[in-house]
Design a protein around this ligand. Sequence first.
Ligand code: SME
Length: 151
Amino acid sequence: MKKADKETRYAELLEEIQALTASESDDIANMANIAAAIHAKMGFHWTGFYRVLGDELVLGPFQGPVACTRIRCGRGVCGTAWKEARTLIVPDVDQFPGHIACSALSRSEIVIPILRDGAVWGELDIDSAELDTFDAVDEQYLSEILTPLKR
Ligand code: SME
């Protein structure tokens, strides 16, 4: 997708999600609609959430093929983004040591931690069936899209 097309789509998506979440305070309801809206608009392979529960990430609302339900801290892309409390953009998942292949079709990935009171509360995880899908534009818009889940 061209950079300008991507920005246009994300700008529309941001408005849509702001409207969807404005009068809803329930995290599950908001995660469900955010995942569905991103997935439908951007056409990714898998779009969903993991929440930190105890010492594991546990699968939350998502769109796409079935996925791993539990991921330990430091494991895979998701567990590493949690451990390091930072966004990870992986252009080629086969080059990421320890990548967890929930779907054999995933080629690239972005994981954005959601912070509450300075600690990772959960994550948005998106998989693409194409290499090198995600960049700073995705990171910027997706971080803004996650605002309703931040405290
Ligand atoms: N690939 C992730 C696992 C989650 S799935 O992509 C939905 C990882 O390596 O942590």
